[in-house]
Design a protein around this ligand. Structure first.
Ligand code: IMP
Length: 179
């Protein structure tokens, strides 16, 4: 384990098992629906890549980029930096997120995609920090693991753009961001 990590929250093996389980559920729920998985850049990339391997029905992917975080605290404002390419009218969307915390990002994106005429929108998130909610947001249908309100990095999750490349998710030691 890296010296800047306090504890491992999800090992790579556990992440693969989670993706197998969620992939199986999505396969069952979306037979003949050709869902569009919309990953939120950049944190969702490793989760999207692992998850889609375990989905056994027709599906497509697209990406959006929104920004809300600077450092370890949510800034509370969501800006759309990159829109989806696909026409989402009448589509069944699965929003793929690395982590849901305040709920602000996911709710803004759902409102945005909903206004464009998506038929259904569900959320698949690797991690959920339910204690962090500050806004009323749609409850994620597919959740890898619920965690305490601690700041985690790895498997796509960053601290100021670093640590996304760790193959596992771990709690970042406080000295890294308090120095
Ligand atoms: P929300 O809008 O507060 O729900 O935040 C969602 C976004 O904040 C995620 O997509 C992450 O980019 C970021 N985020 C929230 N918690 C953490 C964390 O513990 N580590 C790294 N990024 C986080």
């Amino acid at each position: 384990m890296e010296n800047f990590i306090e504890e491992v929250v999800l090992s790579n093996e556990e992440i693969v098992r989670i993706c197998e389980k969620i992939g199986k559920q999505i396969t069952e729920d979306y037979q003949n629906k050709n869902p569009l998985l919309v990953g939120l850049l950049k944190g969702s990339v490793p989760f999207m890549a692992e998850l889609m391997k375990h989905i056994k029905c027709d599906m497509e992917i697209d990406f959006m980029e929104v920004s809300s975080y600077a450092g370890v605290n949510s800034t509370g404002a969501v800006t759309i930096l990159k829109d989806v390419k696909a026409d989402i009218r009448g589509r069944d969307i699965i929003l793929v997120e690395d982590i849901v915390d305040t709920g602000l990002t996911i709710q803004e994106v759902i409102n945005f995609l909903g206004s464009r005429g998506a038929r259904s929108i569900e959320i698949a998130t690797l991690l959920d920090k339910p204690a962090g909610r500050t806004v009323k947001c749609q409850i994620p249908k597919y959740i890898g693991l619920e965690i305490e309100p601690k700041f985690v990095v790895g498997f796509g999750l960053d601290y100021n753009q670093k640590y996304r490349n760790l193959p596992y998710v771990g709690v970042l030691k406080r000295w890294v961001y308090e120095k």
